[in-house]
Design a protein around this ligand. Sequence first.
Ligand code: MG
Length: 380
Amino acid sequence: MPITLKRISVSACRVPITLPVATSFGVMHNRPAVFIRIEDGDGAFGWGEIFANWPAAGAEHRARLVIEDFADLLLDQSFEGAPDLFTRLTDRTHIRALQCGEWGPFRQVIAGLDTAMTDLQARRAGLPVARFLSSEAQMAVPCYASGIAIAQAADQIAASRASGFAAFKVKVGFDMERDTNLLARAVDGLTPGETLCADANQAWALPDAERFLAICAELPLGWLEEPLPADAPLSHWRALADQSPFPLAGGENITGTGGFADAIATGVFGVVQPDIAKWGGFSGCLPVARAIRDAGLRFCPHFLGGGIGLVASAHLLAAAGGDGLLEVDVNPNPLRDAFDPWGGAATRDMLGLSDAPGLGISELPEEITRYITYSGDLHM
Ligand SMILES: [Mg+2]
């Protein structure tokens, strides 16, 4: 039965933070998120999240895109479901995105809308999203602690361990000598059964990436993430993969079914990491996740935003299956924690999915409404 949308609401939020979150390419001085809600004529609704970490001023822009550039494509329009919405919006915004060169924001808005439509459909079916997408979905997913600053690795890994995590990922790509020294020290501090991964966030050209590998060849890293820019020449990626004793990871800066098919076909990645809030939503990312698994690679969803996107990523991983891990940012972020993704559980090494229909989220938690910097609400 077609779903006719009658209401679109979007909120951009920003939380000030005391400790900035530094990556090799820039520093986040606050934590933004964009949450979107759609509703049909029967009052059924769904929630999604739109990527907004970068650029620093981008959250409000994406929320405004929904209201000013997408409303005419959504309100009073009927869709067969999320895949239909994803395909039609991608097609109908193609020229708009081409005209302004803003492929990213348009793809991210469509990703959030697709998540919201999938949530709405699952809710109407009375099923959690993971079960709506796959009858075989396990209702809990394993997690790793992410967003750990190399300079604070000792403290942040200890705190994450105390929360139950046994896998950790530190950010490198700042100062080669200092980073690699601290990385070796962090590996030394692991207890049996624990895993450490490193994320360079596209910091290096080939010579520096090779230098990192030469220095760290003996370290048992779980994976090395984005040692090169996502658009570096394939020959550079291949050269690195040939030298690397541990798997290379990437995917948060790849979009499109074709983009991921190409990345899988290169054979350079052991771990592939689509971000459900940056491209694809469930309609784009679930088929990609299955293609990753079919190729014998590891699917680990990328995510570093608010609570709706984290829960959506967990449902995506549960629906896709495999031995992947859910990325969990351990830096303080009320826009994530206010949703209580762990349902009060004491430990965070596994995230149990709610049995509630959809994503299990019915409204924005009261405590985050004070962080809203822009909101829009359109209805018929
Ligand atoms: Mg990363």
